[in-house]
Design a protein around this ligand. Structure first.
Ligand code: ADP
Length: 336
């Protein structure tokens, strides 16, 4: 997973490097763009911003960037380059147009900041045309293999924790059980981290089968211990459905339960990135330019155990970081 000799080639001098953000936005993408732009300039390479991800690549939405183009964006959520989804990019003809546009604009290499969908596109683009491309993991879901944390995850969990702490006040004051739905696509990283950090009474994540009867037994046991309120964290993608559906199933079995549902939704995607996300994005952005200069391509650049690590796009897309079973145990033990 570290440096892979198959991905290292003798590289011609890079004069212009493109950078784009694709798929779901994540806080810290701007810090990554800033790092790519300034690291390129430091190495006498002209950075070129590509607006709206692959859509902008296919439609030639290019802008040359200077150091001041990325001034003061390190603290901003979202992405100044905008993002989009272009389903047609799975067709070769669209990728061929993209490569033609890159060559016409004299762009020698590309940095793609996005999630695994974006890396699937980047892998095809790089391998079909022998075009140098590296990727940076930008998603709040932390669902990408080859990095301990994705850019945006830390901000998302801090936003969720702040919101759930506030919900807890109302739950306590009114003896309510709140079912709080957090994001995560099909993974429980946001769910589990926020559950541990907020002391949730129960956690429902896609990686673990949820039995509604057992959940009800558990909640009733909590009530017998004079716990008059509770927080149940429900991660997106659970096998029992959404927080609304799970709350309804619990209510049907325990009719006198006062339940409420809150779906945190897109507030988890926005906002000023945390220090951790800014540092991660800055480190990886700089590593992306160094990698391209060294002739490395077709890899995602992540951080594993504090060190920069390259993972071939194909592997980053095919594999998943497992949820640490210990965290599940800790969340359960501490909710007693
Ligand atoms: P994310 O990168 O956050 O996972 P998506 O899955 O929506 O977000 O992917 C972003 C974009 O990447 C898509 O709109 C599409 O343009 C491109 N993409 C995704 N999957 C593929 C694929 N299999 N082949 C080519 N391009 C893809």
């Amino acid at each position: 997973m570290k440096e892979n000799s198959e991905n290292i080639k003798v590289q011609k001098k890079l004069n212009r490097i493109g950078v784009l953000t694709s798929g779901g936005d994540a806080p810290g993408m701007n810090a990554a763009i800033r790092s790519v732009v300034r690291s390129a300039i430091y190495n006498n390479i002209q950075p070129v911003g590509i607006y709206r991800g692959y859509y902008g690549l296919v439609n030639r939405q290019f802008v040359t960037m200077q150091s001041h183009s990325v001034s003061k964006i390190i603290s901003q959520g979202g992405t100044i380059l905008k993002s989009s989804r272009l389903p047609e990019f799975d067709k070769r003809e669209y990728r061929d147009i993209a490569i033609e546009n890159l060559r016409e604009a004299s762009i020698d290499a590309l940095v793609v900041i996005g999630g695994d969908g974006s890396f699937r596109g980047a892998h095809l683009l790089a391998t079909e045309n022998d075009f140098p491309i590296v990727g940076l993991p930008g998603t709040i879901d932390n669902d990408i293999f080859g990095t301990d944390f994705t850019i945006g995850f830390d901000t998302a969990i801090n936003t969720a924790v702040e919101a759930i702490d506030k919900i807890r006040d109302t739950a306590d004051s009114h003896n309510l059980v709140f079912f709080v739905e957090v994001m995560g696509r099909n993974t429980g990283f946001i769910g589990l981290y926020t559950a541990i950090a907020t002391g949730a009474e129960a956690t429902i994540i896609p990686e673990v089968h949820t039995d509604i009867d057992s959940l009800c037994d558990y909640l009733l046991k909590e009530r017998r211990k004079n716990k008059t309120s509770g927080i149940v964290i429900v991660a997106e993608g659970s096998d029992q459905g959404s927080a609304t559906e799970i709350a309804a199933k619990v209510k049907a079995k325990i009719p006198d339960y006062e339940t409420r549902v809150t779906t945190l939704g897109h507030i988890q995607r926005g906002g000023s990135p945390t220090c951790n996300d800014r540092v991660l994005a800055s480190t990886l952005g700089n590593a992306s330019i160094n990698a391209l200069i060294s002739g490395i391509s077709d890899v995602m650049i992540g951080q594993v155990n504090g060190l920069v690590a390259y993972t071939p796009f194909a592997e980053a897309c095919a594999k998943h970081n497992p949820i640490n079973q210990k965290w599940i145990e800790v969340a359960h033990i501490l909710s007693l």
